[in-house]
Design a protein around this ligand. Structure first.
Ligand SMILES: [Zn+2]
Length: 236
């Protein structure tokens, strides 16, 4: 009897820990934050069902891509968050289990983040000079303007960078309708992280590949994200 009670406590404890862990953000830091002249954050996986970003960025972490950059560019500090919403990623859901976290990227109100994970995310990006955030839309914006798939949305100060990223990523896309376009932020409508950072006058770039609902092969989207990160690293 005593043994079975211990087992139950142990199992409940493990489940609780897994749940707690899935709601925490894992990140990797490269470079010396105090000495760096430029601090960049690459983040993805805010929406758990947009998988190309987390797959690409985690792969680049595992391959040692950012370690190589760290060695070559001591003036940079790079914070990499491969999957903000790990709960959603594992269960293939946009949000998290808690009702208020139905969409983490609508939880950045006038006064800032309103829940635990958006607060944690803001804490990780607040000191950064530039944040690039990868998401996925359900269609190609050029062919279906209702979707923001295949777009780059830079903040005011990052338009120049946005156009360079656009040029490079489009070089590999043959079909005109599938090419990326530059978009303007709809900040009157949504309480997103990007809009909140923009209000704080922080540099931010939103990248949306086209991939939800199996619209485009995963390897194409992953390749586009890699081109964009490579380009960004070569121009900053
Ligand atoms: Zn998204």
């Amino acid at each position: 009897m005593k043994d079975s009670l211990l087992y139950i406590i142990l199992i409940v404890g493990i489940f609780w820990w897994i749940h707690w862990r899935l709601n925490k953000i894992t990140y990797y830091d490269y470079g010396n934050k105090d000495k760096a002249t430029k601090k960049i954050c690459i983040l993805t996986g805010v929406h758990g069902d947009e998988i190309a970003g987390p797959r690409t960025v985690q792969k680049m972490v595992d391959e040692g891509y950012f370690h190589k950059i760290e060695k070559m560019r001591p003036e940079l500090f790079i914070r990499v968050i491969p999957c903000v919403n790990r709960y959603g990623y594992i269960y293939h859901k946009r949000g998290q289990k808690k009702e208020k976290n139905e969409d983490i990227n609508r939880n950045f109100g006038e006064d800032g983040p309103i829940d635990e994970i958006s607060n944690e995310l803001f804490g990780l990006v607040r000191e950064m000079d530039l944040v690039i955030d990868f998401h996925e839309g359900y269609d190609f914006h050029k062919m279906n303007p209702d979707s923001i798939g295949s777009t780059i949305t830079p903040s005011n100060q990052t338009k120049g960078i946005g156009y360079i990223l656009l040029k490079r990523v489009n070089e590999k896309i043959e079909e005109e309708g599938k090419k990326f376009t530059i978009r303007i932020h709809n900040c009157y409508k949504y309480n997103t992280l990007g809009c909140y950072l923009e209000r704080l006058n922080k540099d931010y770039i939103l990248v949306e590949t086209t991939g939800k609902k199996e619209k485009q092969d995963l390897h194409i989207r992953m390749n586009q994200i890699r081109i964009i990160i490579n380009t960004l690293m070569s121009i900053i």
